[in-house]
Design a protein around this ligand. Structure first.
Ligand code: HEM
Length: 178
């Protein structure tokens, strides 16, 4: 995982659980911290921090990861505004994640661990994103979709019927735009 993921997690934890919380998480997880955006750290460190955050707050780890995805999106908008082109909507934006955004991210950070998305473009209001990744961060994807919907001021519903956490090869995220 890129350091930027950890610096954003740090920001969210401080904002939502207080300035001391991140230090507590790092200590409890036996980690040093001091993350630098452009460096790369083991994925395991993120999972440990989420586990500790869940213990500290009593919030389910899946809910924390989902909130984190939602928190990340406005930061991506601020740091990478070119991916949010004039005239885009929620669906056209989501269609660019695999084919444009993550392709560019990979050029910038060749060591980034990115997921694969396949799409079923059903109609104007329906899109299925088929997520697969060895990191099984489908809840992060759900949160990033929620953050994107907020950005485009769009109401939607999501059904996540197949999941890698149930031993499926991929997660199916069916999005219906209202
Ligand atoms: C401008 C928008 C976006 C940017 C700049 C961006 C960039 C990134 C970066 C830097 C990472 C971390 C890679 C690593 O740490 O090694 C990442 C991971 C990820 N991104 Fe994006 N992303 C964007 C939008 C989205 C959206 C909208 C979704 C979901 C629909 C998404 C899904 C994911 C997921 C699930 C991961 C975690 C890694 C994994 O599952 O394997 N991203 N992205």
């Amino acid at each position: 995982m890129k350091g930027v993921v950890f610096t954003l997690l740090n920001e969210m934890v401080e904002e939502q659980f207080g300035l001391e919380a991140m230090d507590t998480l790092l200590t409890n997880a036996g980690l040093e911290g001091c993350y630098i955006s452009t460096e790369t750290y083991p994925d395991e460190e993120l999972f440990l921090l989420v586990e500790e955050a869940s213990k500290l707050t009593g919030i389910d780890a899946n809910d924390l990861v989902r909130s984190f995805g939602e928190f990340m999106l406005p930061h991506f908008h601020k740091n990478y505004p070119t991916f949010f082109e004039e005239g885009m909507n929620l669906k056209s934006f989501l269609l660019t994640v695999d084919r444009v955004i993550h392709v560019e991210v990979k050029k910038l950070f060749p060591e980034a661990g990115l997921p694969e998305f396949n799409y079923i473009d059903e109609n104007d209001n329906q899109l299925t994103m088929i997520y697969s990744s060895p990191r099984k961060l489908c809840m992060l994807a759900e949160g990033l979709i929620a953050g994107s919907a907020k950005h485009f001021n769009t109401q939607y519903s999501l059904i996540h019927d197949e999941c890698m956490h149930d031993d499926k090869d991929a997660c199916h995220l069916h999005i219906t735009i209202q």
